[in-house]
Ligand binder design. Sequence first.
Ligand code: UDP
Length: 250
Amino acid sequence: MKLEQMLKANPDEIRGEKVYEGKAKALFRTEDPSILLMEFKDDATAFDGKKKGTIVEKGYFNAHISANLNTYLEGQGIATHYLGLMRDRFHLVRHMDMFGLEVVVRNIAAGSLARRLGMDEGTVLPKPILEHYLKADELSDPWINAYHIAAMDLCTPEQLEAMEELAWKINLLLSERLERANLTLVDYKLEFGVDPDGVVRLGDEITPDTCRFWDSTTGDKLDKDRFRQDLGRVEDAYREVLDRLTESEA
Ligand code: UDP
């Protein structure tokens, strides 16, 4: 089946063996070894999985939000794994080798940065900060630096440089795109991988699960912090982000 046909198919028709299941997503093989089916789930976890719950229709909202932002980034010349949105809550993505690293970029102090460095949440950082974390649930995703990455051979120095360069470009592009939707990009987590041709690409998802989005006018939190902090109206926040992205489409 060609990619265009696969995108129109019922996900059940092309769903092969499960290759990965995380907290919020599952990945399945397809008949094409270079293409995976990515399912966005309604499950939500926080605080290293200590808090568990379901956000109704989150899978649908996240699939559409991530599709919107990945399409935008691809259009701006960023290499991503995204190949297209299927019905409901599925993407087709390029099969990549993931680096097992999380890259966090921060424009405004919040979450673990505010806690760790004793900063007030909402402090605008004079310069954005980029951090690396090891993707390892059993170790609670420890904070690491380039020396740890080299010692653990997670990627080459060139690949690390490529990831960081992409992360900075993505920061400018996404901040600008979200501002058009009256959303402030506070911080976010990216994951990268390498495709069979050796190209470093953005993988994973760009959603209110992995980003902090604040209403630029009111400062309202429109992301997973509503779940983490029991702020209520969690589903509404995800729906609002999708609506605003759709309405502000160029
Ligand atoms: N983040 C994520 N997955 C993680 C850790 C963090 O998607 O395993 C995102 C989180 O949603 C936020 C940013 O990365 O947008 C920075 O998170 P932080 O380090 O502040 O941790 P938190 O306090 O959210 O646990």
